[in-house]
Design a protein around this ligand. Sequence first.
Ligand code: ATP
Length: 553
Amino acid sequence: MFIIKKERNGKDYYYLRESIREDGKVKAKTIAYLGKTKKEAEKKAKEFKQKREEGNMEEKTEKKTIENKEITIDELANFCKRKGFVYPTAEIYGGLAGFWDFGPIGSELKKNIKDNWWKYHVHARDDIVGIDGAIITNPKVWETSGHVENFTDVAVVCKKCKNKFKVDESELKDAVCDKCGGKLESKGKFVPMFTTQVGPIEEDSSMAYLRPETAQLIFTDFKLIQDNARLKLPFGIAQIGKSFRNEIAPRNFLFRSREFEQMEIEYFINPDKKEDCPKDAQIDNFKLNIYSAEMQEKNQESEKMTIKKALSKKIIALPWHAYWLKTELSWFYELGANPENFRIRQHTKNEKSHYSTDTWDIEYKFPIGWKELQGIADRGTYDLNAHQEKSKKSMEIMDDASGKKILPMVVAEPSLGVERAFMVFMFDAYSTNEKEEVILKLNPKIAPIKAAIFPLVKKDKKLVEIAKDIYKNLRKEWNVLYDQSGSIGRRYARNDEIGTPFCITIDENSIKNKDATIRNRDNGEQKRIKISEIKDTLRKLISGEIEFKNIKN
Ligand code: ATP
């Protein structure tokens, strides 16, 4: 490395340069701006060399030592608050149990999760359409669905530690405190639906519920949707939206909230063709970590097996159900979740709703143990039948294949909480390097910020101008960030922590060579690419079409 002086408009500028070998030739490249005086330049050059030596060492070790780190739910909640993912709602007034606000980074992550879910389940398929139903609807919907009568939990208090929580009525007899194992006192049944008044003048107004799930309007609007979208069986209807449950004991950060979002599908088939899962669905060799009702009753461990085996041993009743388990797990895996943290658990006889032939939950190994992430129930014709009877409006549709009018059945109802998915992606991405700095290895598709763009030196107007031009161009397509404050190492670290997968730095060489450095969050690797190719390269990196290591320098 050596210092050179350049004169511009009568003023001196000092730069640090180094000789490099490029295309078989030795060339000198400027690597840093050092200021306007010789003394300042010598000092900065010394600092730069020192930092670079440290940086090189860091980079080498960083590559080896970035590891997933297990953290508790409280640690995740603290991290989320510190970095702008999630805050307790209106914390200045002491918050409100079970309600959360998503901050600048968290609202992006949440939106990306929902957008990717929609893309995968609706836009990428011919057989599923989406709707967006009302949060408050006619209360008859909830009477007919059975929520008013049956959507009840029993509130219990531990006689020993006073822990309050809810249990399913069927489990009340055998249940003990989930904290200390103490005996429970029942406080009676409660309906976890919030109520509200519709209409401003009280005597004219009527009571209504905030929906406790998104699914029901798919059933009430079934005929219109099927007709408008010209759907032919088998087909699905999807919805994403807010749900509200007045949980007795909201806890574990977002896991059990009173206001949350659900992403749900009702998948309808002809009940006479239950076994007809399409052959091209390619489910046979997909591996599941299965925890069947029988395994639970016999106190056995879960077992990994292929869908083919699970179907042949009649552990999973219907190929359609296996198909939906595979489809939902694949969505998580494709977005970077760790398959080792997932299992599927069958509902036992006591848990299962009376109308369901088979229900499986996808469970995730949360720090509080294996817990439900997503329910995948088979609801039969229960809902369409109930709304048909109550409204006296036929819900039957013409099945072209048989030429008969039929009432379709729901073979699977994948129902996933957005907040629980949010936690899964956060837990599986949370990693640290050997300096205990957080590297959030979110898949680029869901990362809140896709790229950060920096000028190496903020005082160099030319570098700033180029960096800002790149930033303005990229933000037409993605959520990207421009940052010029602090050392380059600090800027990398800030972005690693919030999961920004790529950082693009403009330095002195960028002016002449029209190129920039692109850095990979997951191992600190850096490459130089032409500025004109940044957008296309980024698009391919985000979509997963290419890997970072395949970028040509
Ligand atoms: P749990 O047994 O955990 O209360 P559930 O069986 O009542 O859940 P479902 O009615 O099947 O849940 O709801 C479908 C999905 O909605 C759940 O798998 C979960 O991801 C999400 N969900 C349900 N209740 C809550 C809640 N209170 N907070 C956050 N997400 C929730």
